[in-house]
Design a protein around this ligand. Sequence first.
Ligand code: ZN
Length: 398
Amino acid sequence: MPLLDVTLTSPNDWKYISEGGATIVFSYCGPPDERFDERVLRLKKQTIDVGGLEGDETFQTEIIPRLVPRKHLVEMEAVTLSTSWLEALSALSTSLRPTWRTDYIDCASPSGFLAPNLTSSLITVEIKPKWSFLGPGMHTCRFCMHSSIRGWTTSYCPLDLFSQNPTRMKDALYHLYNSQTEGTATQNNFRIFIQGERAAPAQVTSTLQRLGMLQPEAMSQDRETRELVVETLHASLVQPESLSLLQTLNRLQRTLDDGGIENLASLWDQVHLKQKPFGEGNVQPSLDEWSSFVKEYLKLQDTPASSEVEAVEARLRYHILSYLLSTTFKDCSIMIMLDSLQHKSSTTPSRIFLIDLDPKPIERLSKWLKQDRNIANEYAALASQSKKECVDDWSSEK
Ligand SMILES: [Zn+2]
């Protein structure tokens, strides 16, 4: 079947919504058309340091669903685009994008996907939760170390969000909400969309009032808006389906990380007898290799001693892929679609999705090792009173 041709629409029919490191997203706002209504166009960005990763979307549609339940993933449909159409779209969106984004839509190799518009509900919240676990022997989680040395004033700790403990989860949500209202969320890990539009922190109250979702007199304070949004979000996240997804993401991050990049670097040195710099000469895994990896990983999760890979080179490659896949899950976002604002748990099933599950470039391994060492060293140099104790009470039985 021929692919749907998006160039039949005008670039003006697509509105910039948001972007991550690898993709940029537009929602359809043209004349009614059932092929495009309530859908978004996801486009690949040019990445400066690596060539385009072939098969990104196949990775997301064939590899990821073996690890995350399909009901929490978005269906993606490949579409036809053209260079000139993308250039026109790119020109239209320039002024709407954050000024610090200096990369561009990849117009030269036009490819894109249509996906459901997750921001089409009354309110959608996007959370980029980051690392869910404590590294071996650590007392502070990776995110809290990073935020301390960068001077971010956020009190958010991902381990609270992933704790499965309702009180800690609520704390995490308040901290996430506060960090964006205080304008300190340079890490971009909390975004609110109201009826498809990104709402700047200072506009949430007025937008909700304008849409009649808040009484003008009773809810004039941002503090009250925050309470209502956080309580609704919390009610949605403590539903069994959401807790289960958070637990899955937590498990994937920590088991794939598997002792961290330092562990991987020492295995690398064992294999290469310290003759080859870490990460040098690695080839990006093919889909077939990812597929075999996932099969092996799932087998090891079920029965840890069942399939010990013998050859040390093969073991190294297994651990490289494992770490690489962990970075995808450490960097993904959770989208929570809310149909109304209310304190009590809603009776309608929550709609919660994982997005931005693209494969990461293997060339970055050495950069990640340096980054990890820098964070650990800079954090170790901080005065002890400014250090944080993060609580990781992971139990796979939850
Ligand atoms: Zn922490």
